[in-house]
Ligand binder design. Structure first.
Ligand code: 3PY
Length: 247
């Protein structure tokens, strides 16, 4: 049985004071959630968020990391820096990072390895563009992205990572893949991972992401392959996010 995981990707929103306020409001609303609950604020909010989640069932994630441990990489943050302040999860390769910050399958793979080496749990994002979906190559694209992201990992490591399937055309657009489309593509991702890593693919959790919200969460979460959600806009309000968490 895979435990569902619902993670909030706050993107570039909230100051530390606002992060604290949101988490304080969220704590009682999700205290009895069955799913694992994760919040992923910006780097500057991580310490305030860590303090705010103390004693609750909320886990902490970052939105990015650099794959080198230290050095002349202005503006970057390493895996060890994140673990040193109590971060547990890290989102890697979100399509916004691939699109605006030139991340590639190769850098995603390096980041996944750096995260695991430091004891962080990666949430690896994959997903096709509208053009790729219309060409009918979604399965090939997400299978390849997933295999490249996981290249060189052991089966045990693969079993512990989370993949977030986020169709690019559904991110921040209000458009969602239908629950059947999402379930089918997530099944394709799992099958591709199974080809290389066998049963580890059945332990690995795969989320759906892309305009998941209180209205569509229960239908998506009812699908057999969908193990959770990576939530954008709806994670910025405690009431909305708690409704997704409790789908
Ligand atoms: C969205 O829901 O828009 C996301 O990008 C979640 O990561």
């Amino acid at each position: 049985m895979r435990k569902p995981i619902i993670a909030g990707n706050w993107k570039m929103n909230k100051t530390p004071a606002e992060a604290k306020e949101l988490i304080e409001a969220l704590k009682p609303l999700v205290a009895d959630a069955q799913a694992e609950v994760v919040v992923c604020p910006t780097f500057v909010c991580l310490s305030a968020a860590k303090e705010a989640i103390a004693g609750s069932n909320i886990h902490l994630g970052a939105q990015n990391l650099h794959f080198e441990p230290k050095g002349a990489y202005t503006g970057e943050v390493s895996a060890e820096m994140l673990t040193s302040i109590g971060v547990e999860y890290v989102i890697i390769g979100h399509s916004e990072r691939r699109q605006y910050f030139a991340e590639t399958d190769e850098t995603v793979n390096k980041k996944v390895k750096a995260a695991l080496a430091a004891g962080l749990k990666p949430i690896i994002c994959v997903g096709e563009s509208l053009e790729q979906r219309e060409k009918g190559i979604t399965k090939e694209i997400v299978s390849l992205q997933s295999k490249l992201a996981l290249e060189g990992l052991t089966k045990e490591q693969v079993a512990g990572v989370v993949i977030a399937y986020e169709p690019i055309w559904a991110i921040g657009t209000g458009k969602t893949a239908t629950s059947d489309e999402a379930n089918e593509t997530i099944g394709d991702i799992r099958a591709a991972v199974r080809e290389v890593y066998g049963e580890a693919a059945d332990e690995m959790r795969i989320q759906y992401g892309g305009s998941m919200n209180p209205k569509n969460a229960s239908e998506l979460m009812a699908k057999s392959e969908i193990d959770g959600g990576l939530i954008g806009g709806a994670s910025l309000k405690a009431e909305d996010f708690s409704q997704v968490v409790k789908y």
